[in-house]
Ligand binder design. Sequence first.
Ligand code: URA
Length: 206
Amino acid sequence: MIGADPAEARNLAASAKSLQELEAILGQYDGCGLKLRATQLVFADGNPDASIMLIGEAPGAEEDRIGKPFVGKSGQLLDRMLAAIGLDRTKVYIANTVPWRPPGNRTPTPEEMALCLPFLHRQVELVAPKVIMTLGGPAMQTLFDTTSGIIKMRGKWANLTVGRHQAEAVATLHPAYLLRNPAAKEQAWQDMLSLKLKLVELGLVD
Ligand code: URA
């Protein structure tokens, strides 16, 4: 059995030459304890050739059941947020910081995220998006490698290095948070408009 060794996770992730290989490697990987309690691996959804990648926190109950990210209530809201700026899952690629559901939907621990991070970095390298949007505090903190809060950081663009890939990146609020705090939708809407403007600026949409 493969142990909970970050160096081993890095070597395994680096050995993947394609997203299919990475998914297969993760399917075999036993180093992260989250896998033991999850129903299945939740690797990705959307278009692997997309220039936009969205990164959430972790699969929930519906995602664990179906095997795809953002298919529950927050996924439905995410689809509406994307549709509001002319996007859908044929135009974006979606993954999470960890690909297995944490028990009871708790936030993944720093150790769990650290073990899964090399795989996420490799996933980003293989998709090679021009633009990344993170959803919620934990995904923002992991990708931007910061302890700052999401309320302070959201909406601020940065040129981010993820593994050996560089992309324009921005954080927004998590759709699950928006479902609990509808008043915050105004801020998320500003972030979606800012994403649309960035895509136009980069010539990625009309
Ligand atoms: N929340 C997430 O962060 N990711 C999912 O896939 C579903 C809900």
